[in-house]
Write a protein that binds this ligand. Structure first.
Ligand code: HSE
Length: 306
């Protein structure tokens, strides 16, 4: 059914989880919202990064909506965009993917196309270039995504313990993902590849069997964290502090700068240890404790009338 207005929500996400660079990610229980209404084009935003997001067609929410209309072969109608942003902006918590997914889902609903999760994921991952934020934003929980030639993006969900929480230290600085990726080498040694392959497999198995004591080893990485720590010397110390505080495992969230610890208890102690370590290294920021959510992006409400 074609709608006049729709409100959708999409969660924050954390990508990589240590060794799963560009493939593995999970959804966090904090949500951005978009209300899309037919009318003269306008973009408004409140909340995180509201002063920084563009108000034209380069806005990722707008790009998401327009991608749906292109996908279904229809002209983009006049639309008003009202964004409520709660996911910290440019901190490695998937704010860009959340925006893309909001746009796709809202475009899908208002046009009446009602695209499947698989279709939304294909379009979103093509826009983003990798599926480790957009897939968990769409499906919820923890996902693995790979690109497989003609088959496109292949995504599967990983079972996770029900009581899994994320404790984050969110530094008061922005990281540009594109620039951060530019610092990563194109080639790696076989030794480093083996290091990550084993840990990515161990990570998925530890999450799905609930053997969380393995996460201490399974969240280590050689593909991006050591390189990214060159511009953020406190990172390994924040990870170590989280483990000292009782986290099962800890890693750089996405391209950073946030550091995320996985926990099923002692969350306050972990956040205290991370905050103290950040203070010691002169890194301003805040801690957050968020559940890992099984819910993905969804339509909150919609109406067909004028
Ligand atoms: N896998 C991506 C990266 C996540 O680490 O660059 C951030 O977009």
């Amino acid at each position: 059914m074609i709608l006049n207005t729709v409100t959708v929500r999409a969660p924050a996400t954390s990508a990589n989880l240590g060794p799963g660079f560009d493939c593995i990610g999970m959804a966090l229980d904090i949500w951005n919202e978009l209300t899309l209404t037919r009318g003269e084009f306008s973009v408004s935003a409140v909340g995180e990064g509201a002063d920084l997001v563009p108000r034209d067609s380069s806005n990722l929410v707008v790009m998401g909506v327009e991608a749906v209309f292109n996908y279904i072969g229809e002209l983009v109608p006049g639309l008003q965009y009202e964004c409520t942003n709660r996911v910290p902006f440019s901190r490695g918590m998937g704010s860009s993917s959340s925006a893309i997914v909001l746009g796709l889902l809202a475009g899908s609903a208002i046009s009446g196309a009602d695209l499947s999760k698989e279709e939304l994921t294909m379009i979103a991952a093509d826009i983003e270039g990798h599926p480790d934020n957009v897939a968990p934003a769409i499906y919820g929980g923890c996902t693995i995504g790979v690109h497989n030639g003609d088959a496109g993006w292949v995504v599967d969900q990983v079972s996770i313990p029900e009581d899994l929480n994320a404790v984050l230290f969110v530094p008061e600085m922005f990281v540009n993902t594109h620039e951060s990726r530019g610092r990563l080498p194109d080639r790696i040694s076989r030794v480093d590849a083996v290091f990550n392959i084993g840990r990515a497999a161990l990570l998925v198995n530890a999450l799905s069997t609930g053997r969380l004591e393995l996460l201490r080893y399974a969240t280590d990485d050689r593909l991006h964290q050591p390189q990214r720590s060159e511009g953020f010397g406190a990172m390994p110390h924040l990870i170590a502090a989280a483990l000292t505080g009782g986290a099962h495992g800890a890693f750089l969230s996405g391209a950073g700068p946030s550091v995320l610890a996985l926990a099923t208890g002692r969350e306050v102690t972990i956040s205290y240890e991370m905050a103290e370590t950040a203070r010691h290294f002169g890194v301003d920021g805040k801690t957050m404790i968020l559940a890992v959510t099984r819910a993905g992006a969804s339509v909150v409400s919609g109406a067909a009338g004028a």
